[in-house]
Design a protein. Structure first.
Lengths: 214, 214
DNA sequence: ACGTACAGTGTACAAACGTACAGGTTGCTG
DNA sequence: CAGCAACCTGTACGTTTGTACACTGTACGT
């Protein structure tokens, strides 16, 4: 069920699956076609059908592979002590095609994407509540929402990585571009943009909005 | 060129355009079909073609309408003194179909989406550098990246709003769900998750990564 | 040597797609 | 009333799509 990482000596089946992931990522579920995937993989359209029964099954195979790849990176990060402060790095360390595929899948709302997102929220919540070296525990009444929003923001950066890279002038997934993103992210999370007065005032408004106070 | 907000007494042309925006948002550019849009709007497929020449032109009309709607909200926010500390509220205040449409468009990378994103970055940068009441100016060497990343994170929340809402149990675009999101966002931006020691250490790593220091 | 399983291809077909086109209805203007 | 423009529909056509099917070649176990 598993293959090497080399882009060359792969099973034909794996080559087709990788091509499919790229096509799905670039063109969407409907936009990607069996014929297009076959051409990208350098095989005949019928061979795609031979290895994966139909388009839906091919999609499921891509989902399974992406989820598996992400799970591996996650486990590696956990066993490594999670020394890195930025959850984003987890997403960044997964292979580029997997990233792009999941970004699309998150928007097109497949079952796999839902599972991925929910797992990621759970993962963030665990890490945050446990606390790791160099990290404080978050100050919040609502850790679940805290984790969910952080997860959504980080995934959002991956989903919109094309736009972000264009705005910054360099690809943020390369060693040249990534530091600029990470540095800005650090700036954003360390300084307090909002004054304590406005903060309390806004919280008061939100509290009233949330429930008609007794 | 402009219509009322009532979902009822709209021009047929506007009804078709609104239906098209929803279909594009839900199914993507390829997934949405002329026939499906026509059925959703309660008209014949040929009428869609009559008002908008072809699918590409229909798409451009949707783009134009969405950009216009967002521009209006933005101007209103500026004239209102931008008292609200959260840029996200700008996105939130636009009509729901426009949000969903732009979220999809951002992922599918149309020209309009690029323009929207770049404008939003510019907008954020202006607001941040000018500074408004209750807001401090950001402490950063790289304001452009700061603004770009904040923009991407906020748009990311809109793009992934479905997943985020599911994780929180309530729709974050309703008065019941929004406070929970906003409160968590406030928590995230006010507390310093990372210790100063790890922060400086990480910045050092990033600086080395960025350029081979002389 | 034979047969079987598997990798791979070419052809064919029904369904859905975008779009062109001719026609029909309504309402306003001369 | 004639005519014209705008709104709206039904039909038809070429293309692309997913998929079924028959076919070839090759490796391998008996």
């Amino acid at each position: 069920m598993d293959e090497q990482r080399e882009p060359e000596d792969l099973t034909t089946r794996a080559r087709i699956r990788d091509a499919a992931m790229l096509q799905f990522a670039k063109l969407g579920e409907k936009g990607a076609t069996i014929r297009g995937i076959a051409k990208a993989a350098g095989v005949s359209p019928a061979l795609v059908q031979h290895h994966f029964k139909n388009k839906a099954a091919l999609r499921e195979a891509c989902d399974a592979h992406a989820i598996d790849a992400i799970r591996r990176v996650k486990e590696e990060a956990l066993s490594g002590g999670m020394s890195n402060p930025n959850f984003l790095t987890i997403a960044m360390q997964t292979a580029l095609p997997v990233q792009q595929y999941m970004a699309r899948a998150l928007v097109e709302d497949s079952d796999a994407a839902r599972a991925l997102f929910e797992d990621a929220v759970q993962f963030s919540e665990d890490i945050l509540s446990r606390g790791s070296s160099g990290m404080r525990k978050p100050t919040t009444d609502d850790l679940h929402a805290y984790a969910a929003v952080i997860t959504a923001m980080n995934f959002g950066l991956v989903v919109l990585n094309g736009h972000l890279s264009r705005a910054l002038g360099t690809d943020i997934l390369t060693p040249e571009g990534y530091p600029r993103l990470a540095m800005a992210l650090m700036d954003i999370h360390t300084d307090n943009l909002i004054t304590p007065e406005l903060e309390e005032q806004t919280r008061e408004v939100l509290r009233k909005m949330r429930g008609p106070d007794a």
